[in-house]
Design a protein. Structure first.
Length: 278
């Protein structure tokens, strides 16, 4: 049984989060920045932006425009990043490293999927991923501690993975096999030095479930991000029982769990789980 339309985004996001501890951006062209803070919409699973650490005023003379505090960006070690949930196997075919002549059509990436079926499953393919992270700097910690009135209880985007092209896919309970192919017009990796820039087009074979894609060369896609929150002691005041004078570094923060109960195959909160818990 497929997820109900009103819960499709939440079901996909829930599956990806369960596989990676990261959050899928249901609308990848929509910008999500490192340092953003806010909450998760319980109905849709989407991030609800409230502000950004880099524009939040503080009275402790921390200049978030300092170059050493800027988000750190690096390329991925591979030309692809694939997330797959339980019951999916993949086979990837990479493009040749040789540059193609401008105007030629070449396969930049081909991924064959096999879904076992029996329960919904989701996959996310990103081409040419780049990783942007919040710097592990004590000044970021001090900024947060200085504004509990604004930041306490909020979820903070500590990492964003961007890409040049993406595919999202969610099956229902059917067993199926399908392929996605990313074709590049013009030079392919590593090859912009061949002249011109590459354009991309996705094509798919035998897809039956929910399918979304993006390959606009003028768009930076942001399909995946990490949300973290400081541990509860982070906000305790000096002198308060249990207060720890040690700073709570970002890499020790908790990953944000979904705010909903376990979901059934239709994307609704499981009534059986609710009954047992109550």
């Amino acid at each position: 049984m497929a997820p109900k339309p009103k819960y499709v985004s939440r079901k996909f996001i829930d599956l990806i989060q369960g596989a990676t501890s990261k959050w899928a951006n249901w609308d990848p062209p929509r910008e999500i920045k490192v340092g953003d803070y806010g909450m998760i919409n319980n109905e849709t699973g989407e991030f609800e932006w409230e502000g950004n650490l880099y524009t939040t005023k503080n009275n402790i003379n921390i200049d978030m425009a300092d170059s050493t505090l800027k988000p750190q960006e690096q390329e991925g070690g591979d030309n692809k990043f694939i997330v797959k949930t339980w019951g999916i196997t993949t086979k990837e075919v990479n493009v040749s490293a040789e540059a193609a002549l401008p105007g030629a059509v070449n396969v930049a990436l081909k991924v064959d999927f096999q879904f076992e079926g029996g329960k919904p499953a989701a996959a996310l393919v990103m081409y040419k991923p780049r990783y942007i992270c919040l710097p592990k700097d004590e000044r970021v910690i001090k900024l947060l501690k200085s504004r509990p009135d604004v930041l306490k209880g909020k979820y903070i985007v500590t990492e964003v993975i961007t890409c040049e092209a993406y595919v999202m896919y969610m099956s229902d309970q059917k067993a199926e096999n399908f392929s996605v192919i990313l074709q590049a017009t013009g030079p392919v990796a590593p090859a912009v030095n061949a002249g011109g820039s590459a354009g991309f087009t996705w094509s798919s074979v035998n897809t039956c479930g929910l399918y979304r894609e993006g390959s606009d060369s003028t768009t930076k896609y942001m399909p995946l991000y990490r949300l973290k929150k400081p541990r509860s002691k982070f906000w305790w005041l000096p002198g308060q029982r249990g207060h720890d004078d040690k700073e709570d570094p970002i890499d020790k923060w908790d990953d944000v769990d979904p705010p909903w109960d376990p979901l059934d195959d239709e994307g609704e909160e499981d009534e059986i789980y609710d009954a047992v818990r109550s």
